[in-house]
Write a protein that binds this ligand. Structure first.
Ligand code: BGC
Length: 420
């Protein structure tokens, strides 16, 4: 790491980690918890088909074949242990933290606010402030109140107002404790997995509904951003966009055109619907896709436990492209990998830092970097076996352990912040 030589990151760059409410809090009641209970057995039965030929299979099979793996349950019980978990942010010298506010806790029945839950998040934010940690707050990270789903969720344009009311409530009650708000996490991934691929609740497969949901989410973002700004002009709003890097594997005309088309469909087609109501751009980077002809064919030299091809350095090209095109400061709202043995995480983070350094040197305005994730969590349809955490969680005892790569990352953050 050449970090000591010259200040390569801005003085106020935010170094942090991210979580989402449902993935760490434990004991939620929302559309996901209902679906988990209905689908756990089927998911357990399908695990070998999906991951049987993964090199990690022997290690993960006991968990992956157990229905319990697919029920979030208590998880890390972060809802009650957040102060302990924030100590790990401090241990890693972090000054930023992205987390979610669970709508189903704030408004458990339609139109009735839960004062206790609001107070909980107020205390949560105060605890971050005590530690000088900048909060980045997500309002919708894939989970919705059951009552909202029962009336059609984001399929219905008329329901958008419910989300806007929630956004307004959060800005009014908690807005003075925060600066950055992510209205919606990965809108197109939510719409695709829930309404096209039949992987997430409500398990639909309809192009029409997928499109409707993406458009309604764009409207929800626009209106939420307007009420947030009207409530508190200091607040800065964005979505978190899952942005892959796509490139042609050879010089053939078809490969080049396909790569451009894929990039457009996965990125710009979506971003264009949201960007006008963004003050910055939140970016989740996990994937690069190399295209030959009209197919993605990745090198697969290094794979995560989830079998994802790992190309951390390409973060440079992702942020450069987005900054050139949209000219908004960029905040990396997620970036990381499932690596239970902690064999590749340090390498991944190092390559990522170097990639960001190059992008910044090339003129990209970056606000910060949130690693996914602060702690092991509930990886949606895959359940608990994928381990994304800087902090490992023993789900039986609740014990937390800082992974070696995280201790190393903490030392690097300290050096980078001291040098800035
Ligand atoms: C999501 C997270 C998820 C992570 C790893 C992102 O797309 O926002 O909720 O855990 O990817 O799959």
């Amino acid at each position: 790491m050449t970090a000591r030589q010259k200040p390569s990151f801005p003085k106020h760059f935010l170094w942090g980690a991210a979580t989402a409410a449902h993935q760490v809090e434990g004991n939620n009641h929302n559309q996901w918890t209902v679906w988990e209970l209905e689908n756990a057995k089927a998911k357990a039965a399908q695990a070998e088909y999906h991951f049987g030929d993964s090199p990690a299979w022997d290690r993960i099979k006991a968990e992956a074949k157990s229905p319990q793996n697919y029920v979030s349950g208590r998880l890390a019980d972060h809802y009650n242990n957040y102060a302990t978990d924030f100590d790990y942010l401090t241990k890693m010298h972090m000054n930023g933290y992205r987390f979610g506010i669970e709508w189903s806790r704030i408004e458990p029945t339609e139109g009735a606010w839960n004062i206790e839950a609001i107070t909980h998040y107020k205390n949560y934010l105060k605890e971050l402030k005590k530690r000088d940690i900048e909060p980045i707050v997500t309002l919708f990270h894939f989970t919705l109140p059951v009552w909202f789903m029962e009336k059609g969720g984001f399929e219905k344009r008329a329901n958008v107002k419910d989300f806007v009311r929630f956004a307004e409530k959060i800005a009014a009650e908690l807005g003075t404790h925060m600066r950055y708000i992510i209205t919606i996490n990965e809108p197109e991934i939510y719409a695709r997995e829930s309404y096209l691929s039949q992987d997430w609740p409500p398990n639909e497969s309809s192009r029409w509904k997928f499109l409707k949901v993406v458009n309604n989410l764009a409207l929800a973002h626009k209106r939420a951003a307007a009420v947030i700004h009207a409530t508190n002009r200091k607040l800065k709003v964005s979505i978190a966009k899952n942005s892959p890097y796509v490139y042609p594997g050879d010089n053939a005309w078809l490969s080049r055109v396909s790569a451009q088309t894929f990039q457009y469909l996965q990125d710009d087609w979506v971003i264009k619907k949201f960007i006008k109501s963004c003050d910055f751009l939140g970016v989740n980077y996990y994937f690069t896709n190399r295209v030959y002809g009209y197919r993605v064919h990745n090198p697969d030299e290094k794979l995560s436990d989830l079998h994802w091809d790992l190309q951390p350095a390409d973060i440079e090209y992702v942020v450069e492209r987005l900054y050139r095109k949209y000219k908004l400061p960029i905040l990396i709202t997620e970036n990381g990998l499932a690596d239970a043995e902690d064999e590749q995480r340090q390498w991944w983070i190092k390559e990522t830092i170097l990639g960001m350094q190059r992008a910044i040197a090339g003129g990209v305005d970056m606000i910060g970097y949130m690693h996914w994730s602060l702690m092991d969590n509930f990886e949606w349809a895959h359940g608990k076996w994928p381990r994304f955490g800087l902090v490992a969680i023993d789900y039986k005892t609740g014990k937390r352990t800082l992974r070696p790569s995280a201790a190393w990352f903490g030392r690097v953050i300290k050096k980078l912040r001291d040098a800035a």
